[in-house]
Write a protein that binds this ligand. Structure first.
Ligand code: FAD
Ligand code: N01
Length: 550
């Protein structure tokens, strides 16, 4: 393909074929749009195509972590476990792609490298790493919040003599660690899920921990057929509750009491119930002030500290695993299966990088200030350039030649996490400024896709070709997102929510913390009010907001 080849004309380009891109394509088809989806992966599934490390599974219950848009789909699919494994979730994504015949509009193994807005005729010129050029009325970024894998900035990283793996780019034919000395760098969710299983295979496992993380047992188990039947009988109502509830898109009773207003015994009992229940939001939503009051938070943190001390035999190792440098929940809590108990194994060593930082990766292994840890294989469970990484990798050029990367140099700026001023007809699914990673992502994805599809339908109805977030509306939304975050304890942690895991990335709390129900109400009211905060108009122009209200 060269630059003289004809530019393919489309209604929409969708970047990404994970759960966001798949459902977006389905909705665009129903609008009759000629759509092309691209994904760098060789098949559908996004997160679940890339993250094939041992132990990878969801931390939202399978029956919730699934699409709700088609009652027949949710009735026919059978999840086998409370928290499905990566292969099962990937099989589900494949089932969805087959069921709705989606693959014929998806080109795999293709990375979108740029998207340039052309004011006249009001279209996006999209290019790929295969040299293709496409012209589309709309460009929809379904690129994922956690899809730009990040290797650590460590001297000598390429000098290691053995194989290196990143959890987010795991080999498809698996890795056999039998008899090997393995090092894992990173103790976030990916490390916490994979470490127990790697420990079972490896002859020795060295875990390099920079910051200890909070984990609670998932209590995973095969799904009880009686539970499944009851949920399926009530699925519609349950889904509606998840969509409208005030927290993370899972049905959980809203807490009424403060952690400080109850006695020690009563609090201990509730926290134990939540610990035993094994749900992601159980401890976080045990009391109404856990995430806003440092003293209340400390009560929950202390409870978990004691559980770690109960599980880990060696008190010195237990203390290293106890997180004390940030409030409970301000880094994403992990659901684990046997994580802390793994440190009771004779073949597992915990290296506390606060005490003995890594100096260099060397051919034989990892050199800390204490010694060289000799290794045969190295695993980077070091996470992602979250929320903005995949959006900023391609060159996205808006009106007036402004690069999105430049516009967001001090942090992402969006209106509702759906659009950004100066980039007409560009939508983001679960973009920064939306609830996204604070929630059951399936709920947030469906809400965004539905909102975008409804918006496009409304534009058709009113004869509009161009939609763009207004700078004032964006400024107000960014201020609101920051203000809400400022009421909470979240900004107190050096988390990936804050961009803190990427050197040089601006420290801004990126997700919207107001909850999926209230957020949905805002988005719905914006639409009902003629797309308040957006300007709409014919191609080649920027109309006043009144245009759509007329
Ligand atoms: P993704 O699944 O990330 O898909 C984005 C796709 O876009 C990728 O396939 C990528 O290759 C493609 N892409 C990106 N840029 C380009 C480009 N320039 N050109 C071409 N293709 C591109 N969320 C939950 O709610 N519950 C969970 O239990 C849960 N578990 C998770 C476990 C792991 C290990 C991880 C990493 C994340 C987890 N998440 C979970 C978050 C998860 O990312 C979302 O739930 C969801 O899968 C995101 O879907 P998506 O389609 O928006 O993005
Ligand atoms: O990534 P992370 P993740 N030297 O960023 C450490 C979702 N998810 O892939 O905390 C040494 O959380 C880093 O240390 P620190 C979920 O939303 C869900 O584990 O920055 N260490 C940290 O310990 C999750 O939150 C599941 O000090 C370095 C780790 O690497 C998100 O994806 C499973 C380092 C990275 O943790 C990301 O999770 C997996 C360095 N140079 C993922 N650089 C489920 O359970 C980084 N680290 C559903």
């Amino acid at each position: 393909m060269d630059s003289t080849d004809p530019v393919r004309q489309l209604d929409a380009v969708v970047v990404g074929a994970g759960f966001s891109g798949l459902y977006m394509l389905h909705r665009l088809r129903r609008l009759g749009y000629d759509t092309q989806v691209f994904d760098a992966a060789s098949d559908v599934g996004g997160t679940w195509w890339w993250n094939r490390y041992p132990g990878a599974r969801c931390d939202i219950e399978s029956m919730d972590y699934s699409y709700s848009f088609d009652p027949d789909l949710e009735q026919e699919w059978e999840w086998s476990e409370r928290y499905a494994t990566q292969p099962e979730i990937l099989a589900y994504a494949n089932h969805v792609a087959d069921r709705y015949d989606l693959r014929r509009d998806i080109q795999f193994g293709t990375r979108v490298t740029s998207a340039v807005w052309q004011t006249d005729p009001g279209r996006w010129l999209v290019t790929t790493d295969r040299g293709q050029r496409l012209s589309a009325r709309f460009c929809i970024m379904a690129v994922g919040c956690l899809s730009a894998a990040k290797r650590p900035e460590i001297d000598g990283i390429d000098s290691f003599a053995g194989p290196e793996y990143h959890t987010g780019e795991w080999p498809h034919d698996g890795v056999d660690f039998t008899g090997l000395r393995v090092g894992v760098i990173g103790t976030g969710s990916s490390g916490i899920q994979s470490i127990p299983l790697i420990a079972e295979q490896a002859s020795e496992l060295v875990v390099f921990q920079r910051t200890p993380n909070y984990a609670q047992p998932a209590r995973n188990a095969p799904l009880d057929p009686g539970f499944v039947a009851a949920r399926k009988a009530d699925y519609r109502r349950h889904r509606e509750l998840a969509r409208t509830e005030t927290h993370g898109g899972v049905v959980i009773p809203a807490p009424e009491a403060s952690a400080l207003d109850v006695g020690d015994e009563e609090r201990e009992q509730l926290l134990r119930e939540r610990w035993e229940a094994g749900t992601l939001f159980g401890l976080l939503s045990s009391y109404n002030d856990v995430m806003v009051d440092a003293d209340a938070n400390a009560k929950v943190a202390e409870f978990v500290h004691d559980r770690i001390r109960d599980i880990v035999d060696d008190p010195a190792v237990a203390e290293k695993l106890v997180p004390t440098s940030y409030p409970f929940g301000t880094k994403r809590v992990c659901l684990d299966t046997g994580y802390y108990a793994t440190f009771n194994r004779a073949n597992v060593t915990l290296v506390d990088l606060q005490e003995t930082p890594i100096e260099q990766i060397v051919p034989e292994g990892v050199r800390t200030t204490e010694k060289v840890h000799e290794l045969d294989a190295l695993v980077f469970a070091t996470g992602f350039d979250a929320m903005t990484g995949a959006l900023l990798r391609p060159d996205i050029v808006g009106a007036g030649g402004v690069l999105l990367r430049d516009k967001w140099s001090a942090g992402p700026r969006t209106y509702l996490g759906l659009a950004t001023a100066g980039f007409p007809n560009l939508f983001m699914i679960t973009g920064p400024g939306s609830p996204s990673v604070m929630t059951n992502m399936m709920v947030s994805i469906e809400q965004h896709v539905d909102w975008i599809a409804d918006c496009l339908a409304a534009m058709e109805e009113h004869g509009h070709a161009v939609i763009e977030a207004e700078p004032d509306a964006e400024d107000a939304w960014v201020a609101h997102v920051n203000e809400l975050a400022g009421f909470t304890l979240y900004p107190r942690a050096a988390s990936w929510y804050m961009g803190a895991n990427v050197p040089g990335k601006p420290r801004v709390f990126m997700p919207y913390i107001g909850g999926v129900g209230p957020y949905r109400q805002v988005c719905d009211s914006v639409a009902a009010d003629g797309y308040r905060g957006f300007s709409l108009g014919p191609a080649g122009s920027r109309a006043t907001p009144e245009a759509v209200r007329a």
